[in-house]
Design a protein around this ligand. Structure first.
Ligand code: ATP
Ligand code: MG
Length: 609
């Protein structure tokens, strides 16, 4: 039984844990006016005629190319429809805001200015009239049908078809094809006046409608051929997809692709069922996670970010103004952030992250060094630890080294060299950070691991992961979200990292104790499948590696083959999202950041003036 079938008979609000089998969603096929006039080269310009229709006559559109004017019209003088354009308001182009420059002063700590206001979806009624965009033709089914486009139509766009018994039904455009009578042979002797008959056909998938009880249904009888289809209005989209405005408990992440409907992730669901953000490198993972973290901060949700590249400090600063249709007001989050770093020379913004050594056994300490001969060093190190434990409550790496210096064992010089390496990193101290120092209710703790060796990073993730899990069990820290960047390094599918077990435990049991996990990775195939499969919310941006695509296809429920294909061609700024209150995979135009994004690449050459 398909997921969609399982969902039928339940109210949208009652099934946060299930996803529907959705119609193919995304993505790229935007039929623009320019495409309409593309001709085989070096053929001369021609007159393009669309197949006649008896309805919906529109004003002719005139286009110019370098080859001269081309008049696009159908057999009865009907024009190729004008492309639909999303209104984009002009941006202020002042360049990076002052706060981005190192020398400039930081913004005021407390944000009191205007706030982000997602555009409200057109609150009109489902019955509101919209533009006609096509006519149903051919063999018509209950879940799919073909339609001839009579106006601009884009792949993945939502449209509405009237059904005799069910009324207004939400549908989604799948593949589009432009059928023409221009054969290969005909291109050989094309002249300026060659007529091309063309017609655009769309494959349409039926999403469904809400019945009187608010239940999602799909028609059980077919639609009728010859009936018009219309643009779906926002009210119908919101109602059928269950996209409600949730300013109090929702994280605003962007607008439904191609429509002005704001999309919110349910924050309770996000924390309660874990989440993942997957994309190829440079695909926009950190940008997207920054959007979510901003929303969590605004809702006073406590977070901890494992930040291996030191990108998230930039969230203190104000971001650049973005596309105004999202209603995002730039701001910084200085007053919501606590940052910790292992580096001995902290910059004043971050505090030192320190652990006590006394909870580590000799083998665990040796695992953090680069030695291949753990067994050879175990006896001397155990002896030194026992010696210190008998005499004092806590001890440092330096004190261990001093004891080993006094020992006559000839293997000690090598062991001492390894311990000197640990001492150099400076992560261990006689007094570690207190929990209430690391976690402040409603604030975000950034663990900046930039430049820290991988084994030490894993140790940090293990210790903090275990600590947060234990503290949540005791209720000693508030419910919180643990965000792990480059998660494939901390819970790999092949082999183990020091942190593997801690993260697997949080993935499987964290939800019971209010500890949410958000894993971010550029290599979905390389993350422990047990962790990935526990993520109830999936945010997928562009992924091209075939193994990664396969890993996503096997871990995301409700992903159709069409969507899997689309993931590989999505442009930056579009995400496929499912979970956290979104029942079927949706395409979302990701909102601009409020705060500064720190994940910009390094330019090898400077740009010419
Ligand atoms: N939604 C978006 N809107 C505008 N720009 C974006 C968006 N998403 C990403 N970008 C831009 O794309 C670039 C790469 O984004 P980002 O740093 O988030 O990628 P990433 O997937 O985290 O990469 P990496 O794997 O290297 O960490 C950034 O410079 C960012 O400005
Ligand atoms: Mg990144």
């Amino acid at each position: 039984m398909g997921l969609l079938d399982k969902l039928r008979g339940k109210k949208a609000d009652e099934r946060p844990d299930e996803r529907e089998e959705a119609p193919p969603v995304p993505v790229k096929d935007k039929i623009t006016a320019e495409e309409r006039v593309v001709r085989p080269k070096p053929a001369p310009a021609v007159t393009v005629r669309q197949v006649p229709s008896t309805e919906n006559v529109q004003r002719p559109a005139e286009r110019r190319t370098s080859e001269g004017p081309i008049v696009c019209k159908d057999g009865i003088g009907r024009p190729a429809p004008e492309p639909r354009r999303v209104p984009v308001q002009p941006q202020t182009s002042k360049g990076p805001v002052a706060a981005e420059k190192k020398s400039s002063p930081r913004p005021a700590a407390r944000h009191t200015g205007p706030v982000t206001r997602p555009p409200s979806a057109n609150a009109g009624s489902i019955d509101e009239r919209t533009e006609e965009v096509g006519i149903i033709y051919g063999n018509v089914g209950t879940s799919t049908f073909s339609c001839r486009a009579t106006a601009h139509m884009e792949r993945s766009e939502y449209i509405m078809a009237e059904h005799e018994d069910c009324g207004k039904v939400l549908c989604q455009v799948g593949n589009l094809i432009r059928k023409t009578d221009l054969s290969l042979e005909k291109t050989l002797d094309m002249s300026r006046h060659t007529d091309i008959q063309e017609i655009i056909s769309a494959q349409v998938d039926v999403v469904g409608y809400r019945d009187d009880r608010g239940l999602l249904q799909v028609p059980r009888t077919t639609f009728s051929a010859g009936k018009p289809v219309f643009k779906a209005n926002d009210a119908l989209i919101q109602s059928v997809l269950g996209l409600r405005t949730k300013e109090k408990s929702g994280a605003y992440i962007g607008l439904l692709h191609g429509h002005g409907v704001p999309v919110y992730l349910d924050i309770n669901d996000l924390l309660g069922r874990h989440a993942c953000i997957l994309a190829k490198t440079g695909g926009g993972k950190s940008y997207m996670s920054g959007d979510i973290i901003e929303e969590l901060m605004k809702h006073h949700v406590t977070c901890m970010i494992i930040d291996p590249h030191g990108e998230y400090s930039a969230m203190r600063d104000i971001g650049r103004p973005g596309d105004s249709r999202f209603g995002v007001v730039p701001r910084g989050y200085e007053d919501h952030i606590n940052e910790f770093t292992i580096s001995k020379n902290t910059d004043g913004l971050s505090k030192p992250l320190r652990f006590t050594l006394k909870t580590l056994e000799a083998r665990e300490i040796l695992e953090l060094t680069r030695t291949n001969d753990i067994r050879a060093h175990l006896p001397s190190l155990r002896k030194a630890i026992d010696h210190l434990r008998e005499r004092q409550d806590s001890y440092s790496v330096r004190e261990l080294i001093d004891i080993l210096y006094k020992d006559e064992d000839n293997k000690n010089p090598m062991l001492i060299t390894e311990l000197e390496y640990l001492d150099e990193i400076g992560i261990f101290a006689t007094r570690g950070n207190r929990v209430d120092e690391l976690i402040e209710e409603g604030k975000t703790t950034i663990i900046n691991l930039k430049g820290v060796p991988p084994d030490i990073q894993e140790l940090v993730v293990r210790r903090l992961g275990t600590l947060m899990f234990e503290m949540r069990k005791l209720g000693a820290v508030p419910p919180m979200m643990l965000i792990i960047e480059e998660a494939h390094n901390y819970c790999p599918q092949q082999g183990t990292a020091i942190s593997s077990r801690a993260l697997a435990t949080i993935a499987s049991e964290g939800r019971k104790f209010g500890l949410g996990l958000m894993v971010i990775s550029q290599r979905p195939a390389k993350i422990d499948k047990n962790v990935l499969s526990q993520c109830g919310t999936q945010i997928i941006l562009k992924v091209t590696n075939p193994n990664d695509v396969k890993a996503i296809a096997s871990s995301v429920e409700g992903l159709t083959p069409g969507m899997t294909e689309d993931i590989q061609t999505m442009p930056i700024g579009i995400a496929m999202v499912v979970g956290a209150g979104i029942q079927a995979p949706l395409l979302v135009d990701v909102r601009p950041r409020e705060s500064r994004h720190g994940g910009t690449g390094v330019k090898v050459l400077s740009e010419d003036d």
